[in-house]
Design a protein around this ligand. Sequence first.
Ligand code: ATP
Length: 629
Amino acid sequence: MQEKGTISIHTENIFPIIKKFLYSDNEIFLRELVSNAVDATQKIKRLASLGQYNGEVGEPLVEVSFDETAKTITISDNGLGMTADEIKKYINQIAFSGATEFMEKFKEANDANEIIGRFGLGFYSAFMVADQVEIQTLSYQDGAEPARWICDGSTEFEISEGSRTTRGTDIILHVNAESEEFLDKSRLQQILDKYAKFLPVPIKFGERTDSVPDGEDEEGKPKYMDVQSDNIINETNPIWTKAPSELKDEDYLSFYKELYPFSEDPLFWIHLNVDYPFNLTGVLYFPKVKNDFDFQRNKIKLFSRQVFITDEVKDIVPEFLMLLHGVIDSPDIPLNVSRSFLQADSNVKKINTYITRKVADKLNDLFKADRKAYEEKWNDIGLFVKYGYVSDEKFSEKAKDFVLLTNTAKETFTLNEYKEKVEPVQTDKDGQLVYIYTNDPDKQDTFIQSAGKKGYDVLLMNSPIDNHFVSHLEQKLEKTSLKRVDADVADKLIKKDDAPATVLTDEQVTQVKAVFEKAITKPNYKVELESLNPEELPVTVTMDEFMRRMKDMAAMGGGGGMGFYGNFPDSYKVVVNGNHKLITRILETGDEATQSQLAKQAFDLALLSQGLLTGAELTEFVNRSVNLI
Ligand SMILES: Nc1ncnc2c1ncn2[C@@H]1O[C@H](COP(=O)(O)OP(=O)(O)OP(=O)(O)O)[C@@H](O)[C@H]1O
């Protein structure tokens, strides 16, 4: 048997194009060829179970080997093999409808995966690294002859009698000059670790030597001997393929350690297992999250039938769950995913929804089953529960029952509990609930104390997500607004009817205002007299809640015209408590210098309590204080 022919595509120069285009991620040739080999061993098993093959199936095995001198890499399997006719059918007729279509489409393709996936060019990825590709194969079929196919990457091929004596296939790559990096043990090991670590069929790569006990020597000491065995690089039954009932916590933890050797133990995990309307298995872990968003991204590995595809799961896993670790395996996601595919695929959207639901259910279960343990974990999970609450409508719907609020006394509440707690005291005269929060309990301590005196509770909102969380709460909660504790003096944070009456006449108000305006030389500080509780501080410096939020958003790069606010200088309100006895003192001294000194001192004290007094102003304050005592 000897036959020469032309591969049936119409465009002569297609290989150079494939080669050039695919060059960037050429390591995937190994993934493609090993996957084909695995498929071949699984197919023979299936044929046997269907009664279409009566021979010995044996233990499936795929072997990857290389020869530095001959410059070859060989992928061998004991799968179903191919007859010469099958080679012609499956290998020669490239599995796409026509070269014209390919030529048309490749222009818009974004990456190699996209081309391979769309046109079924798995086998041909071999030409990314090889000048010449050879197949030696023997089919399982009765009376089959071994066949050999060789092709140099042009459209010319040759089929002849092969030399294989056992059922299965060898794919021999004659590695090209640019790809010699692959003729290296550790490089190949690395690629296999990446893509083949959890394949369902044993993958052999070289041999390993183990030292095993071998009785005792004359002196009674234990003896050891070296035993050679196949170096199997993969775990054929990783935990996500097993039923949760078969697994113990240790199994999940040790798998986690295997995936992320240097990480702390995860907080908990979710075993995913669904077969309708799409097929998906996996284990997602909740890591200990520090307050750094990006650092731990891309920790979820995506598999398709145990073949690693990518760790960029952006479109499959909801954005807010990108901090999770673990694996997802779905045969409904093709081996060669590309970004444009993922975005368009309806299964992907369903998977996304499913994962969101599972995560929400798990959190809800944890919360219900052991609230104390849940609260202890809140430090770590709070970040993504809040992230999910603000960014994902479906999640938010469920999370409203287990998202927690923490106050400055470190007590935690659900949204409902908190509402009940503060409703009696923190409802304003129009029936609007006002939640008060701090984002910096040290800096805002004076304000927190004042709010406390009025019986107000202060929430802690000092994580990176809290800016968004606050706005979102305001949208979600009925008749509720949130104010930072320093947005106004405590008396005015929540508008009530019982404001203390002013003791000053209009004329006195004007007089005091003038004193302060003269004493305060800083720009953008606007003086206002208010009639507050006499116990309150004589002067308080505040920044309007709305203005501050706009500026915060502008600082975080928020779009929608926020940049406009960023250009405003900070502007503050200087609230002078007209009912404080200091004001009476100011009015009583006729001496302008003393008036100014008292006003300055009170103003600086207000700045000082908020950490706003620094540099030369601070020195001046200290000197003035020394003079006063
Ligand atoms: N090791 C092998 N043993 C038996 N048949 C094989 C082997 N490798 C390839 N084949 C045959 O060649 C065909 C074409 O392989 P190729 O990798 O190009 O495409 P595919 O596996 O069908 O799709 P994909 O693009 O997903 O890899 C396979 O479907 C299979 O029939």
